[in-house]
Write a protein that binds this ligand. Structure first.
Ligand SMILES: Cc1ncc(COP(=O)(O)O)c(C=O)c1O
Length: 378
């Protein structure tokens, strides 16, 4: 496992510094060392979100806790909500709304299409929703949604908006203070390059007031954001034992992000995205996401039905590179490459060249020799 390069859409490769930070003696969640480490972690989370105005949360749990705590904290039974989906994770958000008793409507965009702000505007005119849920990058389709425009429609309509940015923050531009969304969340194991186990959530003042004013109590202990709020200000208070080692790693990963500079990090991810897409198209494969809405953190593409498994296995066995397949129905005909975190374009290029040779070996991509002959004829 040691020399396996992870090109799956999370968890991602950890830097030496992050691994070393997690490998020390068990840090207890009580005591001055933890308190100062925690405060620093929350401060760094503010930096990666650009959240100076809102409340910043960091607590133990995976990205799904970010999804579910947004729903549980904002939505009461019978509230009318709208979920805009562009893939599997949008549909999961819809399911969470249904589980928690919302009258949950669905605005679905399929076939690699991104969410359309005009369609959203029309939908928001037809019914009075309390919250709209949007996925920034759906990791199943690699569709990048135009969150700025979508959130703007919600703001104009006076509706709260929640953005699942699990597969984006750290790799794709996001500025919480300027965006104007009410909740934005991510998880530690993707473009921030920490280990799995921490969720990072930013909430606007309006979102907090909505939670405080709601008539029905928030039906959760652990996923109630109002319970976590005082802990963020004073980590001496106890709610549940945090995964301290995960937080140590996350703090270090965010130190690295800050040292790189968030804008430089976005620029590096842009290069990673462009490189991956040009290689995939060079192999003659079709990208899942439509042009202009392709994420720089993950790339999904179609392969001949039945080829995804052999491509994945051969790449692992022969080149120690791990990629993912599609989710559920797409598992035999889709490959997903995660390209985020600490990855450099040089390392990615080498891995993609190995992947190109596997594709060729398995007859999943046009042979290079044929291309050379065609060129020679001209
Ligand atoms: C866009 C998106 N949202 C939510 C999740 C759920 O995160 P987790 O698997 O950490 O619970 C994922 C996981 O890949 C994701 O990609």
């Amino acid at each position: 496992m040691e020399d396996m390069l992870l090109l799956i859409p999370g968890p991602t490769n950890l830097s030496k510094r992050v691994r070393e930070a997690m490998a020390g003696p068990q840090l207890p969640h009580v005591g001055a060392e933890f308190y100062s480490m925690f405060k620093e972690t929350v401060g760094l989370a503010r930096y990666v979100f650009n959240n100076e105005k809102g409340t910043q949360f960091v607590f133990t749990g995976s990205g799904t806790i970010g999804m579910e705590s947004s729903v549980v904290s904002l939505v009461s039974h019978g509230d009318r909500t709208l979920t805009l989906s562009t893939g599997y994770f949008g549909r999961r958000m819809l399911m969470l709304n249904q589980i928690h008793g919302a009258r949950a409507d669905h605005l679905e965009f399929t076939g690699g299409k991104a969410g359309d702000p005009d369609t959203l505007r029309k939908k928001l005119r037809k019914a009075k929703y309390s919250v709209v849920f949007i996925t920034h990058v759906d990791t199943s389709s690699s569709v990048l949604n135009p969150v700025t425009e979508l959130v703007e429609e919600c703001s104009k309509a006076g509706v709260l908006s929640v953005v699942d940015s699990v597969c984006a923050i750290g790799g794709v531009p996001l500025d919480f203070d300027r965006l104007g969304a009410d909740i934005v969340f991510t998880a530690s194991q993707k473009a921030l390059a920490g280990a799995p186990g921490a969720v990072l959530i930013a909430a606007s003042q309006k979102a907090i007031e909505h939670m405080e004013k709601r008539k029905a109590p928030i039906e959760s202990y652990y996923m109630n954001l109002l319970r976590w709020k005082p802990i963020m200000e004073d980590p001496k208070m106890y709610l549940a034992t945090p995964a301290t080692q995960v937080l140590l790693g996350l703090r270090e990963a965010m130190f690295e992000a800050k040292a790189e500079g968030i804008e430089n990090r976005w620029a590096r991810h842009k290069k990673l995205g462009e490189l991956t897409r040009s290689k995939v198209e060079g192999w003659g494969q079709k990208l899942v996401a439509e042009e202009g809405h392709r994420a720089d953190t993950v790339t999904s593409f179609w392969v001949e039905d039945g080829k995804a498994g052999p491509i994945q296995k051969t790449l692992e066995k022969e080149h120690h590179v791990m990629v993912s397949r599609g989710i559920y129905d797409d598992k035999d005909r889709m490959i997903r490459i995660g390209h985020f975190g600490i990855l450099s374009p040089e390392v990615l290029r080498k891995a993609l060249d190995s992947m190109g040779s596997v594709m060729e070996e398995l007859g999943a991509a046009p042979k290079r020799v044929a291309v050379t002959k065609q060129r020679a004829k001209r």
